[in-house]
Design a protein around this ligand. Structure first.
Ligand code: GN1
Ligand code: MG
Length: 343
C-alpha cells in the first residue's frame, strides 16, 4: 500500500502510528493486520471487480450488526468499524476499505487436520444461521446475485465450452465430458429449490476453515469474512464445508492420488452443523444433507473450468494452467465424494 493511501486511512480512523502486516488470505480481497500502539485491527480493501456493490454489503453488515446487538448481544459479530466522519466503508483513490477489530486471543487455521476442527467450524456456521432464524432475510441485499445458482453456473460453463479458447477446450475434453455427465446434479438442485419445504436463510456462502476464528482451546468463537452473507440455501454452507474439510489436500493439489475422502469428517460436519440447525432444517432439507457437498463441489469444478476456458478472467492464475489443475482436482473430489456418500 502506498504512503498516501495509508495516510488517508490513518486519518479516517484516527490512528496514530499504524504498522501494517499483510495477511495472506483468500483469492479475492486484500487484508492487513494493523497494529496501532495497543490497538490491533484488520484492514481490508474490497475487490470491486468481484463485489461490484460494496455499499450494499456495508448495509447488510450494519443491518446484521444492529440485529445481533439487540437480539443476541453475547454473540461476537465482527462488524465493520465506523470512521471518524464517513460511515464504515471509506473510499480512497477509487478503492473501498473496511476495518474490523482484531479479536484478541483468536487465531485462524488454513487446513482442517482433525474432525474436532471440522465439528467446531460446522457448529459455528450453524449457530450463525440459527441465531438469525427470526431475522427477515429479505432485508439483506443479494451482495452477489446468483452467486451459488448452480443452473446459471452450468449454463456459463456450456457457454465457455462454446466460446472459450479453442486450445484450452480441446486440452480439457476429458474433464468437460465428465462434468457434462454429472448434469443430473443440476436437475436435483432445481427440484430442491422449487420444493415447498425449502427455505432461504441467512447463509454465509464461504464456509472454508479460514473463515472461522478459534480460541486457544480450539473452540470456535465466531465466523468472519461476511461479504457473501446473503439469502441462500443451507446447501451452500454445508456444501462448501464438505468441499473444503473432508479432503486432506486443497483445491490447489496437482497430484490427484492425494485426493481422499475422510469419512469421519463428513460425520463431524453433520454433527457440528446440526447442533443448532437440527431443529431448523426441514425433513426434506435434511434428506439433501450430503447432496449439499455434491452440488458445491460440482459448482466449483464448473467455475474453475469455465474460468480456465475463458483465459482466467475471474480467478486469475499464478502459473499457466492453475485453473485447469483446480478444476481437475475438484472433478476428482466430486467423483470420490459421490462414491463415499453412495449417490
Ligand atoms: C473465492 O477469495 P476466497 O478464497 O474467499 C470465491 C469462492 C470460491 C473460492 C475458491 C467471491 O473465495 O466462491 O469457493 O474462491 N469467492 C468469490 O477458492 O467468488
Ligand atoms: Mg471469501
Amino acid at each position: 500500500m502506498d504512503k498516501q493511501t495509508l495516510q488517508k486511512i490513518r486519518q479516517a480512523y484516527g490512528w496514530k502510528e499504524p504498522q501494517l502486516f499483510a495477511v495472506d488470505s483468500g483469492l479475492i480481497n486484500h487484508t492487513w493486520k494493523v497494529v496501532d500502539g495497543n490497538d490491533v485491527y484488520l484492514l481490508q480493501s474490497v475487490n470491486t471487480n468481484v463485489f461490484t456493490a460494496p455499499r450494499l454489503i456495508d448495509e447488510n453488515l450494519n443491518l446484521l450488526a444492529d440485529y445481533f446487538r439487540e437480539n443476541a448481544p453475547g454473540y461476537l459479530f465482527t462488524a465493520p468499524l465506523q470512521t471518524l466522519a464517513d460511515g464504515s466503508l471509506p473510499e480512497i483513490g477509487n478503492i473501498f476499505y473496511r476495518v474490523f477489530h482484531w479479536v484478541t486471543g483468536s487465531h485462524t487455521i488454513d487446513t482442517v487436520s482433525t474432525p474436532a476442527e471440522a465439528f467446531e467450524a460446522a457448529k459455528a456456521f450453524g449457530l450463525f444461521t440459527s441465531l438469525l432464524g427470526e431475522f427477515d432475510v429479505t432485508r439483506l441485499h443479494p451482495a452477489l446475485p446468483n452467486f451459488h445458482h448452480l443452473s446459471l453456473r452450468y449454463y456459463q460453463f456450456e457457454q465457455a465450452v462454446q466460446n472459450g479458447v479453442a486450445e484450452r477446450i480441446s486440452e480439457c475434453a476429458g474433464t468437460i465430458q465428465y462434468l457434462r455427465s454429472q448434469v443430473s446434479i443440476v436437475k436435483r438442485y432445481e427440484a430442491f429449490c422449487a420444493h415447498s419445504e425449502v427455505t432461504k436463510r441467512v447463509t454465509h456462502h464461504d464456509t472454508k476453515i479460514s473463515n472461522v476464528l478459534f480460541d486457544e482451546q480450539g473452540k470456535s468463537i465466531c465466523v468472519i469474512d461476511l461479504d457473501t452473507v446473503m439469502p441462500g440455501y443451507f446447501l451452500s454452507d454445508v456444501g462448501d464445508m464438505f468441499r473444503t474439510y473432508v479432503c486432506p489436500v486443497s483445491e490447489e493439489e496437482k497430484d490427484l492420488d492425494k485426493i481422499l475422502i475422510r469419512k469421519e469428517y463428513i460425520r463431524a460436519i453433520e454433527n457440528g452443523y446440526l447442533t443448532d440447525m437440527g431443529s431448523e432444517l426441514t425433513g426434506f432439507e435434511k434428506e439433501h444433507f450430503h447432496f449439499a457437498g455434491e452440488m458445491l463441489i460440482y459448482m466449483q469444478a464448473l467455475r474453475f473450468l469455465c474460468d480456465y476456458l475463458l483465459n482466467d478472467p475471474y480467478y486469475g492464475s499464478r502459473y499457466p494452467g492453475q485453473n485447469k489443475v483446480r478444476a481437475e482436482n475438484q472433478a476428482r473430489l466430486l467423483q470420490l465424494f459421490r462414491e463415499a456418500v453412495g449417490s
